[in-house]
Design a protein around this ligand. Sequence first.
Ligand SMILES: [Zn+2]
Length: 236
Amino acid sequence: MRLQAKELLALQALDTEIGKLHAEVGTLEKGERVERALAQRQARLEQAAAKVHALEVDQRNTELELRSLEEKRHDASQVLYSGRIKNPRELQALELEVVSLDRQRQRLDETILRRMDELETARKAVETAAASAEEAEKALRVLRRRYERDVARIDDALGEKQPARERLAAEIAADILRRYDDLRRRNHNVGAVRVENGACAGCRMKIGSAVIRRLLAADQYVYCESCSRYLFQSEE
Ligand SMILES: [Zn+2]
């Protein structure tokens, strides 16, 4: 009986590579974290823009209010200095109105000035938020490109290795292959190993002398007494 040691170990080497490629796909950074950061930053940008908009609306309203106040004051002072009103009480009432309108105008002026400051701050916040969102977008684009490139590279490698694996598997006797695949599925993708430094390379248990003798005879398949994997002689 010829042992298919070379074939089984070659198949194991391929299966190990294929297993690593599949595992690598699972570890690839898809950018979820950056996606979440981007969503947060976009929300902040929208909030900041909404604040600017609200301040602009308020400012326009205050300016309109100021304009109508100024018209009112202009009319009142015209009447006041026209000499048309002789009644001192009426005159005094009108004077008081002008004073009151001046006070109101001063308050509106102050409001407008304060709001200009607020608007400047709010517009700066929009710029900052926009830059921060853009930065996250850029990072996400880079991550996605890298992810796609890595997936394509892994797909290419799997596309080469999978057919090679099938060709090699076809050379191995069906019952041997079945046992190997079964062992591999149950034992972290490893079904066939060599002896390394007197131990099973799969489970690291020392190999007994009886097993060594059977390995040297090389006339039948030998399995590790501890992990049941196919066991083959060390390379030297
Ligand atoms: Zn073992």
